[in-house]
Write a protein that binds this ligand. Structure first.
Ligand SMILES: [Zn+2]
Length: 131
């Protein structure tokens, strides 16, 4: 299994265990040399009524999974109003207390409990899919 497939497999596990208010899809793309917000190795951004998590495919699987859990916590934490507010003001997404609690729950479920193993039973798509 490639690291992209493993990342997408864990994404399917996250969809089931930690539902998000807005549908999420994953894109693998190298950061650009453009504006700073496009230079990140991992980011979550709203496009229409969906959230897009972008991950740098050059990263190791270790980094990809940690980044995915981090970004997924944003996707779970953000409510529609928060996203509008953050994007209208042009502010970078914040790591709020609720994000921290959400990330802790996801991290624990994956690394300390059975998530890492459990996720191996999920389908490993060949390509990122749109929800
Ligand atoms: Zn973040």
């Amino acid at each position: 299994m490639t690291k992209r497939q493993r990342t997408l497999q864990v994404t399917e596990w996250l969809r089931q265990r930690f539902p998000t208010p807005l549908p999420v899809y994953i894109v693998f793309r190298e950061p650009t040399n453009g504006p700073w917000w496009d230079q990140s190795e991992a980011e979550t951004k709203r496009f229409g009524r969906r959230l897009r998590i972008t991950l740098d495919p050059r990263c190791t699987i270790y980094y990809l999974l940690h980044a995915l859990l981090h970004e997924w916590a944003h996707a779970v934490d953000w409510r529609h109003g928060d996203i509008e507010r953050l994007q209208d003001r042009g502010e970078a997404p914040m790591h709020s207390d609720t994000w921290g609690v959400t990330y802790g729950r996801i991290y624990r479920a994956f690394f300390d409990e059975q998530g890492c193993q459990e996720s191996k039973d999920f389908a490993a798509p060949n390509r990122a899919r749109r929800q």
